[in-house]
Design a protein. Structure first.
Length: 188
């Protein structure tokens, strides 16, 4: 028997029951993963769903170029960062075919800032033998708009990585379920 789901709410109904799914679903599965959206003790299935979706996207990025499906990259990054109550800086390390080698949280900060050290980013890129990277960090305050400091950091990282022939493909800023791409804005 093959299961075919037409919508997020149908999938959620199979996992949690129709009544619970209709009570929890608010137009997006991503909104269920935010801190405080759902009582995790009452609905532990939500954590399982998040983990399964994250693993599925991770596997897809390992098998296909990130340039083919930018929406998958965006969804994956949002899943990694949604619900964090402190700033986190994540790097996706890519091989020469732009397939994901590893996604790693390199730095963790406070509610409003995190310190990022270009030397450590370069070290990790060399450790993974990466030929390209994608950066992502969150703004727990709720505004996805990149700051001037974000732009300056991206340029400093780009210059540092260029010295070891590693390309910077993009930098995402995530706030809630919203994300902004530096590449789409012409900032890379």
């Amino acid at each position: 028997m093959e299961l075919v789901f037409k919508s997020d709410v149908e999938l959620l109904s199979v996992l949690m029951g129709e009544e619970t799914a209709s009570q929890l679903y608010r137009g997006s599965l991503l909104s269920l993963f935010a801190v405080g959206a759902v009582d995790r003790e009452m609905h532990p299935t939500i954590a399982v769903v998040r983990e399964l979706v994250t693993r599925m996207l991770n596997e897809e990025l390992r098998q296909r170029s990130v340039l083919i499906r930018p929406s998958v990259v965006r969804d994956y990054i949002r899943l990694l960062l949604i619900g964090k109550e402190y700033e986190v800086f994540v790097v996706l390390f890519l091989n020469s075919q732009n397939h994901l080698i590893e996604a790693e949280e390199l730095f963790r900060g406070t509610l409003t800032q995190t310190s990022v050290y270009p030397r450590e980013v370069v070290k990790q890129a060399l450790r993974f033998n990466a030929s390209a990277v994608i950066f992502a960090h969150n703004h727990p305050s709720g505004a996805a708009e990149p700051s001037r400091a974000d732009e300056m950091l991206t340029q400093a990282l780009k210059q540092s990585l260029a010295l070891v022939d590693v390309k910077v493909l993009d930098h995402f800023v995530v706030a809630g379920s919203e994300s902004i791409s530096f590449a789409e804005r012409g900032l890379i």
